[in-house]
Every structure is written in structure tokens, then in C-alpha cells.
Design a protein around this ligand. Structure first.
Ligand SMILES: [Zn+2]
Ligand SMILES: [Zn+2]
Ligand SMILES: [Zn+2]
Ligand SMILES: [Zn+2]
Length: 245
């Protein structure tokens, strides 16, 4: 059974309704950005990721078999913490392993280990040897690689943090009109209604057919990762990728 209206202890005043919208939001649980599905209280503008809504009191992860993660609704301890998966700041809901000092955002804890589509298989990896296609680096910062999706052919590699970055950059551009001003278009909602098919942009200049084929695959791989993470294989994701790569 799917419950579309549920209560959550972090917002006892009202029930939260499961909605799917094309407007990005800030999750009031982990304080990180979200897209697609969310639990929302409209009058209070209160939102929770699905993973934050259903966070459990303890959790584990295949990458850290020696860790037991406890759920905290605010970062434990004094020092700044970051998520071991995406490298992002921990500002709210978090799974924390005290013994090994590890932290995971609820959404990052639940990232699928394997993504598959049209014959392409991507595996979530804790350690990588190649450079990320998006940032051109292996490490997020010194000594920290974060998690990545890597194709089985090893050609295509994207940090989880870079996939988030792609989405946020695109959103900021649309939402703030690129000049810091709030967009007045339909009350600030993102209106993206383009062709959901990822058409190949003709490559100008040298490189030839092999580069075009590579670029096409990169677009496909990013689309596959992002649509899986958002649970939205349709228009918005495809058009975001189309516009940015
Ligand atoms: Zn959240
Ligand atoms: Zn409310
Ligand atoms: Zn994270
Ligand atoms: Zn990267």
C-alpha cells in the first residue's frame, strides 16, 4: 500500500503529502537539495526527501561492513562533518558511525549499487582509479575521493557529488536567471518542457565520429544516473542534461 499523506516527528503540526514536482527544493531534514519526489507540507513550505522521511534508527552499508550507522537529526559533535559518499556538508539528518567517524546523508546511504539501462551497466564504487568525466579529477579534495558511478567498461566515471553539481548548476541558472534575481516565471517554478529525447548535438570542428559517439554515451550515462537518483526517467532530467552537456 502506498500512503500519500503521512505524519513525521520533525513536523508534528501537519501531515506531509507525497508529491512529485519539477521544482527543486531544500529538504528540511538533511538540509540538502532535492528534486522530484518529496514529502511536503505546502502551508509551511516544509519538505522531506523520501529517504529522510523514512530514515531508520540504525543502518549499515556494504562499503563499510565494519560500521554501524546511527541516525541523528542534527550533526553529532562539535566539528564540521561531511558525507563520505558525496563530500557534501552534513547540516541535518545523518547516519553517523561513531567508531570510524563516518557520515552518510540518508539519500546517499540509499544510492543504488547498480544502475542499468540499454545495455549500459554502472556500478557504485567507493574507491576509483580513473578521473571523473565532469570535474577531471580523481579526488574531491586531498585524500577524499567520495563515491562514484563507473561503467563496467571503465570508460565513464562520475562522482556522485558531480552528478549533484550538474543538477544544482542547471537549477541555479534557471531559477535565478543567472544574475541572482529570483525568476518570476510561473511563481518561480521551473518550467522545462522540451523534447525529452537526448538528441546528439552535432560536434563542431575536429575529433570526428569517435568523439561524437563518446559524447553521446556520456549524455546517456549522465541521464541514466540522474534519472535513477530522482526516480524520474522523463522530461525534466533529460532536458537538464541536454542543456548542460
Ligand atoms: Zn533530506
Ligand atoms: Zn505544516
Ligand atoms: Zn551525501
Ligand atoms: Zn567529479
Amino acid at each position: 500500500m502506498i500512503y500519500t499523506k503521512l505524519g513525521h516527528y520533525s513536523h508534528p503540526e501537519h501531515k506531509l503529502k507525497l508529491i512529485h514536482s519539477h521544482t527543486p527544493y531544500k529538504c528540511d531534514g538533511c538540509m540538502d537539495i532535492g528534486f522530484g519526489l518529496r514529502y511536503r507540507c505546502k502551508p509551511c513550505n516544509f519538505d522531506l526527501h523520501k529517504d529522510c522521511m523514512f530514515a531508520t534508527s540504525s543502518a549499515n552499508h556494504a562499503f563499510y561492513k565494519d560500521s554501524v550507522f546511527k541516525f541523528h537529526d542534527s550533526p553529532p559533535g562539535e566539528r564540521d562533518r561531511f558525507c563520505d559518499a558525496c563530500g557534501g556538508d552534513v547540516k541535518g539528518f545523518v547516519y553517523h558511525c561513531e567508531a570510524h567517524n563516518r557520515d552518510l546523508h540518508p539519500c546517499c546511504r540509499n544510492l543504488p549499487c547498480r544502475i542499468e539501462g540499454d545495455g549500459v551497466v554502472l556500478n557504485l564504487k567507493e574507491k576509483v582509479t580513473s578521473k571523473c568525466y565532469w570535474c577531471g579529477k580523481r579526488e574531491l579534495w586531498e585524500g577524499v575521493t567520495g563515491w562514484s558511478y563507473v561503467s563496467t567498461c571503465k570508460t565513464y566515471h562520475f562522482h556522485v557529488s558531480c552528478v549533484k553539481d550538474i543538477l544544482v548548476k542547471r537549477w541555479e541558472k534557471e531559477y535565478f536567471n543567472g544574475d541572482g534575481n529570483y525568476s518570476s516565471v510561473s511563481g518561480g517554478a521551473l518550467e522545462i518542457d522540451r523534447n525529452p529525447d537526448l538528441e546528439l548535438v552535432p560536434y563542431q570542428g575536429g575529433g570526428g565520429g569517435r568523439f561524437v559517439k563518446y559524447l553521446k554515451m556520456v549524455k546517456f550515462v549522465v541521464k541514466l544516473i540522474v534519472s535513477t537518483l530522482l526516480g524520474d526517467p522523463t522530461a525534466i532530467v533529460a532536458s537538464i542534461i541536454e542543456a548542460i552537456i
